[in-house]
Write a protein that binds this ligand. Structure first.
Ligand code: GLC
Length: 748
C-alpha cells in the first residue's frame, strides 16, 4: 500500500512540475505574442524611445514631454513614489501605446538598511546571508517604486588599488559567481512580476576589474583565455541564475570598448549563453566611445553600440538623437532595433508592469525593520575577518574593566556604510562607540577619544588625547580604516596603506603598553603589515553597514565568533599587485628568499640564488585568499577520496572530517581546491571549486563532503574549447588557500 501511495505522490509531483514548467513556457510564449503585437504597431521613433534611459528630473516639462511622446523607456534615480506614479500614469494613459516605464536605481548593498559592502558580504562565504541582504534591499527599494537595480557587480578583480573592489566579490571567479547568483536570487525573488521584486543587473560586462594600474575606467589587455577563465564565469553563472539584465563596462578590452563589442555582447552573451534580457550601457558609455577614440562622433558611437546589441542607452543621448537616421541610411537594421525593443518589452512584461504599473503609496515604509536590521547585523558579524589574535586577547574577558574606544572610524556613521549608499540615512547607522556604550557602558568604563577626526586626518595633535584615554584603560579598541569616499567608482588609490596619521597614532598607542585591538573599516584590503605587527589583535571589518557597530561589539566582547574568510588577497604593499592565490607556479617559483635588509653589503650578484620574488616583500602576501581565524580552533583530517581515478561521466567524492578542538561554538568556511599538476597550459597552483560553511559546537566533528566531476577539472584550451585533460590532480579541503595536505587522483 505504501509503495502505491508513494508512486501516486511521485506521479502527482511530476505532473505538477510539468504543469509548472509548461505554465512558465506558456506564459513566456504569451509574452512573445504580446510583444509581436506591440512591435507591429510601433513607429521607429517609438521603438527608439524605448531604448533611451534618462536620469530622474522629477515632473519637469522635459521629462513629461519625453514620457508622453514615447521618447524614454526607463528612468533611473527617481525616488519619490508619487512622482514615479505620475510619470507612469502619463506613460500608460497619455502616450500613444501606453507602454509602462521601468524605474531603476543603484541598490548595491542595501537601500535604507545598509549591509556590508559586497566585498565584505563575500567574506561571509555564506550565500544565504547575501541573498537575505538582497531580498531586504528589494523589499525596501520596491516600496518607493524601484523595479530595477544595477547590481550585482560581479567583476573579478585582483587589484586593491581599484576603488570598485569595494563593490566586487573579490579575486576568485567561483566565489564571485556563487555570491552574484545569490544576490540575483535575493533581488528577483521567485517571481519577477511580484511588486516586491526587482530586476537584477549583472555588471559590468566585462573585464572591468582588470583596469590597468587599478585606475578606474582604464584600458584592459585580456587574452581571451584569461577572459574566459577569470572574468566571464561569474557572468555566465548570472545568466544561469536568471539575471534579468546586464550592463556594459566602461573599459575597452584590447582596444574594443564593451559598449561597442559585438563579440562580447552578441557572440558570447546572446549566441553562446542565450541571454534574452536587457543589456543596458553604463552611464554615457556609448557616448564615451568618442573619447576612447573608436567613434568620431555620437552618431558613429550609436552605430557601433546598436550593432553590438546594446539594447538601452543610459544617459548617452546617442540612440535618441541618431538611431533613426542610422536606420534610414541602412547602417543599423530595423531588425536590430526590433531585437533590442523586444528585449526591453520582454523585461517589462516579466516585471508585470503592463498589468500592474503603479507602486502602492504607503503611509508607512518597510524601512529599518527589526528583521532587516537583524539580518544586516548578522551579515556584518559574518563579514569580519580575524587576521590576528595574539595570546587570545579576543574576545575580551570578564576581567576587562575599561576600554579606550579610539580612531576615526569609531564613531563615523556615514563612513561605516561605505560606498554606493545614496539612500542611506546616516542617523540610522549604529557606530562601534554607540554600540559599545549601549551594550557595555553600565559594566565597564568607556574612554572615547577619536584622536583623528577622519581617516585622512594628518593633524597629530588629537592623538595625545587618545593616548591619554588608552592609559586610563585596560584595552585599546582602535577603529581605523578609510572614509567611504576613498573607495567606490573613480576612487582609486596608488598607495593602499592606512591614510592620514593612523599608523603614527597606532605607534603612539603602542607606547602605552596597553593591548590593542585594531579594527579596520575600509572599502578595500589595506597594506597593514606594520600595523599588524604593532597590534595584538586585528579584525578586518570592511565597511560593515548600518549595523557595523553592534556586530563589532558582539565580536569584540564574545557574543559572536568571527568566521569571515578573505575574498581577496591582502598584499604587504602595493608593489606586489597583482598578487593572488590562483597564480601559476612559473619556472622559478620564489623560494630561498633573501630579503633586502638581510643582504650582506657587497654581496655578489650571483650570491642570492635566482628565483621569483621581490627583495623588499618576499614571495607571500600579507594574508592569503580564504584566510580568517576564529576564537576556536579547527582540525582538518586528511582528505579521503571515494576512488583514486575519475573517468568521464563519473563523480569523485572528496571528504574530510573537521573538528572544533577549541572552546567556542563557531562557523567555519571549509574550502575545496584542486590543482591540475601537468596540462597543455600551465595551470594555477590552486583553484577554488567549492566551499561549505559549517557550524560546529566546541568538541564537535563533522564530515564535509564534496563531489568533483570532469566539469570541475575542465579549463579553456588554446583552441578555445573548455575541457578536462587527462592526468594527475591534487585536491585539498582546507581552511584557506595556502594550508592543508592534498590528496591525489587521476582523471583518465
Ligand atoms: C555608474 C556606474 C554603474 C552605475 C551607473 C548608474 O557610472 O559605473 O555601476 O550602475 O553609473 O548609476
Amino acid at each position: 500500500m505504501l509503495m502505491i501511495r508513494r508512486k501516486i505522490v511521485f506521479i502527482a509531483l511530476t505532473v505538477s512540475v510539468m504543469f509548472a514548467c509548461g505554465g512558465r513556457q506558456k506564459a513566456e510564449n504569451d509574452i512573445e505574442v504580446k510583444i509581436d503585437g506591440l512591435l507591429s504597431n510601433m513607429t521607429l521613433q517609438e521603438k527608439i524611445g524605448q531604448m533611451n534611459q534618462l536620469t530622474g528630473l522629477g515632473l519637469s516639462a522635459d521629462m513629461i514631454h519625453n514620457v508622453k511622446n514615447g521618447r524614454v523607456g526607463s528612468i533611473l534615480n527617481e525616488l519619490d513614489p508619487k512622482t514615479i506614479n505620475e510619470l507612469q500614469r502619463i506613460a500608460v494613459e497619455e502616450s500613444r501605446l501606453g507602454i509602462p516605464l521601468i524605474f531603476a536605481r543603484d541598490v548595491i548593498h542595501g537601500f535604507k538598511t545598509i549591509f556590508p559592502i559586497p566585498l565584505g558580504q563575500a567574506a561571509t562565504w555564506n550565500p544565504q546571508i547575501v541573498e537575505n541582504g538582497a531580498r531586504v534591499a528589494a523589499t525596501e527599494a520596491t516600496a518607493v517604486g524601484i523595479r530595477w537595480t544595477f547590481a550585482p557587480m560581479i567583476d573579478v578583480t585582483r587589484d586593491p588599488r581599484w576603488g570598485r573592489i569595494a563593490e566586487s566579490c573579490g579575486e576568485d571567479p567561483y566565489l564571485t559567481a556563487v555570491m552574484g547568483a545569490a544576490m540575483i536570487k535575493g533581488f528577483q525573488g521567485n517571481d519577477l512580476a511580484d511588486p516586491g521584486s526587482m530586476a537584477a543587473c549583472a555588471k559590468h560586462f566585462a573585464g572591468y576589474g582588470a583596469s590597468e594600474s587599478g585606475k578606474d575606467y582604464n584600458t584592459t589587455w585580456i587574452p581571451e583565455l584569461q577572459l574566459r577563465e577569470v572574468y566571464l564565469p561569474s557572468f555566465e553563472k548570472a545568466v544561469e541564475a536568471g539575471a534579468a539584465t546586464f550592463m556594459c563596462s566602461f573599459n575597452d578590452i584590447n582596444g574594443v570598448p564593451s559598449s561597442g563589442n559585438a563579440y562580447l555582447n552578441k557572440t558570447i552573451l546572446r549566441d553562446e549563453w542565450h541571454f534574452d534580457g536587457v543589456l543596458v550601457s553604463d552611464w554615457g558609455s556609448i557616448e564615451q566611445m568618442i573619447s576612447h577614440g573608436v567613434a568620431a562622433d555620437l552618431k558613429q558611437a550609436a552605430d557601433l553600440a546598436a550593432n553590438a546589441a546594446v539594447d538601452m542607452d543610459m544617459m548617452g543621448f546617442a540612440y535618441i538623437n541618431h538611431l533613426e537616421a542610422l536606420v534610414q541610411e541602412g547602417n543599423v537594421s530595423e531588425s536590430a532595433i526590433d531585437r533590442a525593443v523586444r528585449d526591453i518589452l520582454r523585461l517589462k512584461f516579466r516585471l508585470g508592469l503592463f498589468d500592474n504599473p503603479y507602486v502602492e503609496i504607503r503611509e508607512e515604509m518597510p524601512f529599518y525593520t527589526a528583521e532587516a536590521l537583524a539580518k544586516a547585523k548578522q551579515a556584518a558579524v559574518e563579514s569580519a575577518v580575524l587576521l590576528k589574535n595574539k595570546d587570545g586577547l579576543l574576545p575580551l574577558g570578564e576581567g576587562i574593566k575599561s576600554v579606550a574606544v579610539v580612531g576615526p572610524l569609531s564613531d563615523a556613521p556615514g563612513d561605516q556604510v561605505g560606498t554606493w549608499c545614496f539612500d542611506a540615512e546616516f542617523e540610522h547607522s549604529v557606530t562601534p562607540l554607540t554600540a559599545i556604550r549601549d551594550a557595555y557602558g553600565e559594566n565597564i568604563g568607556i574612554n572615547a577619544e577619536q584622536g583623528l577626526t577622519y581617516s585622512r586626518d594628518k593633524n597629530e595633535l588629537g592623538i595625545e588625547k587618545a593616548v591619554t584615554a588608552a592609559r586610563k584603560s585596560d584595552v585599546v579598541l582602535f577603529f581605523a580604516g578609510e572614509e567611504a569616499v576613498l573607495s567606490g567608482e573613480a576612487r582609486c588609490r596608488a598607495d593602499i596603506r592606512l591614510p592620514g596619521a593612523q599608523t603614527e597614532m597606532l605607534k603612539a598607542l603602542k607606547k602605552t603598553g596597553k593591548p590593542i585591538v585594531l579594527v579596520i573599516m575600509s572599502g578595500r584590503p589595506l597594506a597593514i603589515g606594520e600595523e599588524t605587527e604593532d597590534a595584538d589583535a586585528v579584525l578586518l571589518a570592511f565597511h560593515g553597514g548600518t549595523m557595523a557597530g553592534p556586530a563589532l561589539a558582539d565580536l569584540i566582547f564574545g557574543k559572536a565568533v568571527p568566521s569571515g574568510k578573505l575574498p581577496v588577497t591582502i598584499p604587504k604593499m602595493a608593489g606586489q599587485i597583482p598578487v593572488y592565490y590562483a597564480h601559476k607556479n612559473t619556472g622559478r617559483p620564489g623560494r630561498n628568499v633573501s630579503l633586502i635588509d638581510d643582504i650582506p653589503v657587497g654581496a655578489a650578484q650571483t650570491s642570492l640564488g635566482f628565483t621569483g620574488y621581490h627583495l623588499d616583500a618576499g614571495n607571500d602576501p600579507l594574508f592569503p585568499f580564504g584566510y580568517g581565524l576564529s576564537y576556536t580552533d579547527f582540525d582538518y583530517s586528511e582528505v579521503r577520496l571515494s576512488q583514486n581515478a575519475l573517468s568521464t561521466g563519473q563523480t569523485l567524492t572528496v571528504e574530510c572530517t573537521v573538528t572544533n578542538t577549541g572552546k567556542y561554538d563557531a562557523d567555519e568556511a571549509v574550502q575545496l581546491y584542486i590543482r591540475d599538476r601537468v596540462a597543455s597550459l600551465a595551470r594555477p597552483v590552486r583553484e577554488l571549486k567549492g566551499f561549505q560553511k559549517i557550524y560546529l559546537k566546541a568538541g564537535e566533528s563533522q564530515t564535509v563532503t564534496f563531489t568533483l566531476t570532469e566539469d570541475d577539472l575542465a579549463y579553456w584550451h588554446a583552441d578555445m574549447v573548455k575541457r578536462a585533460e587527462r592526468g594527475e590532480f591534487q585536491v585539498w579541503i582546507s581552511t584557506d588557500s595556502q594550508s592543508g595536505t592534498p590528496a591525489t587522483f587521476v582523471y583518465n
